[in-house]
Design a protein around this ligand. Sequence first.
Ligand SMILES: C[S@@+](CC[C@H](N)C(=O)[O-])C[C@H]1O[C@@H](n2cnc3c(N)ncnc32)[C@H](O)[C@@H]1O
Length: 226
Amino acid sequence: MIARTGWLNYCIWEHSETVKQLYERRAALQEEEMTCAAQAAEWLAGRVQPGDTLLDAGCGSGYFFHSLAKRNIPAAYFGIDAAPSLVEIGRRILPRFGLPEENLQVLRFDDLDGAVDHVVCMNVLSNLDNYHRPLERFLKMARKTVVLRESCKEQGEYHYVVDKYLDDGVPLKVHVNAYPLAEVMDFIRSCGFDVTCEMDRRTQDQPENVIDHPHYWKFLMAVRRA
Ligand SMILES: C[S@@+](CC[C@H](N)C(=O)[O-])C[C@H]1O[C@@H](n2cnc3c(N)ncnc32)[C@H](O)[C@@H]1O
């Protein structure tokens, strides 16, 4: 028989109690701020104007909201994520901190459309099959800036590996891709943006093992050309 359960059954982010608990603590401000969240928020601080909208694409439970609030960055925060249980965590906890629950939505990039002033996407595209379609969507949607933190290096590398850190007995695989940096930057430019690459503050240009596989974190800061 054909079933419609494929996304949820094969989505690694729906199969880790450890990740859910971590994302719950982050939403409740019981964890230290992620270094990358601080770096992204500091870059945005000088560029966000009152009334601007910001989309956190692949937001988990939406904890980047705290990084904006703590710096009084005057953006209206919206988060979308494909994992319903992670969005549920944010919708339950973040209203306590002033975020309307409807600002967090379960949505996959394929279905995403509309316009915002800023898009932030961190630690997401490296785990997808490729970057072109989602990144193109973010660049189309963003009136002002796009901030990316992804694994990039001189030569691309594409792996599809078992995630050994999921709940017991869940044998799922995930993409661990490092995208070719110059190609990604050219792609961003071809969509009408100037882009710079910033060193990732946490990893200082050194590979970092995540689920036992090296990630080459880079920040790409894109500003729409006038
Ligand atoms: C590693 S987590 C990163 C969460 C957060 N951005 C951070 O930096 O902590 C990747 C997130 O991307 C989401 N995601 C993966 N594929 C997606 C898709 N096609 N559409 C929307 N979200 C997606 C996952 O559900 C997961 O919450």
